[in-house]
Write a protein of this length. Structure first.
Length: 196
C-alpha cells in the first residue's frame, strides 16, 4: 500500500509540474493575466514545485517500510562523498546558466530575455548535468528501503521523460544549433552515446 500511495503522489505531482511547465499553459496564463503578471511565473513555479514535492517525502519516511539494502563502511563513506560531489555538480550546473533567471528573480526586475544556449563547462560533457547530478545523488544513497527505492525509481523515470520533452522544446527553440549539440554530446552519462 505504501508503494501505491507514493507512486500516486508522484504521478499527481508530475502531472501538475508538467502542466505548469508547458508552453501551452504559460501562453494561456499570459493571455488571461497579461505578460506583466507572468514576470513572476518562473519564481512561483520553482517555489510551488519545491513546496509541493515536500509532502511526498513525508509518506516515504513514515509509511510502513522495509530495508532493501544497507552498504557497509567504508564503501558507504565513498557513496556519501559521491553524494556530496553530486550536490557540488548540481550547484555548478546551475551557476553555469543565468542563475537569477533560472530561479526566476531576474524576470521580476527586467524584461525576460531569450534563453541563452549553454554548451560549455559541465554542459560540454552532458546535455543535462542537473539531471545527472540529481540522479547520482539519489542512487548513491548507501541505505535504500522499499519506499525510498520507489521514490528514486519514479523520479528517475520522470526525469527521463522530462528530458525527452525538454529536448523537443530546445530543438524548437534553438533549431540546428541544438541538433548539432545533441548529436555530439551525451544526454546524461559523459562519453556514453546511446543514439539519443
Amino acid at each position: 500500500m505504501s508503494i501505491l500511495y507514493i507512486l500516486l503522489s508522484l504521478l499527481l505531482w508530475g502531472l501538475i509540474h508538467s502542466l505548469l511547465a508547458s508552453l501551452a499553459f504559460k501562453s494561456f496564463l499570459a493571455n488571461l493575466f497579461g505578460k506583466s503578471l507572468m514576470r513572476g511565473y518562473r519564481l512561483f513555479y520553482n517555489i510551488f514545485s519545491l513546496l509541493s514535492f515536500l509532502p511526498i517525502l513525508w509518506p516515504v519516511a513514515t509509511l510502513p517500510d522495509a530495508l532493501l539494502y544497507s552498504v557497509p563502511a567504508p564503501i558507504s563513506y565513498a557513496m556519501i562523498l559521491g553524494q556530496g560531489a553530486a550536490a557540488v555538480l548540481l550547484i555548478l550546473g546551475v551557476l553555469q546558466t543565468d542563475t537569477l533567471s533560472f530561479v526566476g528573480l531576474r524576470q521580476l526586475v527586467e524584461e525576460e530575455k531569450p534563453a541563452k544556449f549553454v554548451t560549455g563547462g559541465l554542459y560540454r560533457l552532458v546535455r543535462h548535468p542537473l539531471y545527472t547530478a540529481g540522479l547520482l545523488f539519489l542512487w548513491l544513497s548507501p541505505q535504500v528501503t522499499v519506499n525510498s527505492f520507489t521514490l528514486y525509481a519514479a523520479v528517475t523515470i520522470y526525469i527521463l521523460i522530462g528530458a525527452y520533452f525538454e529536448e523537443r522544446k530546445l530543438l524548437r527553440e534553438f533549431g540546428e544549433a541544438y541538433a548539432d549539440y545533441r548529436s555530439r554530446t551525451p544526454m546524461l552519462i559523459p562519453w556514453l552515446k546511446l543514439g539519443v
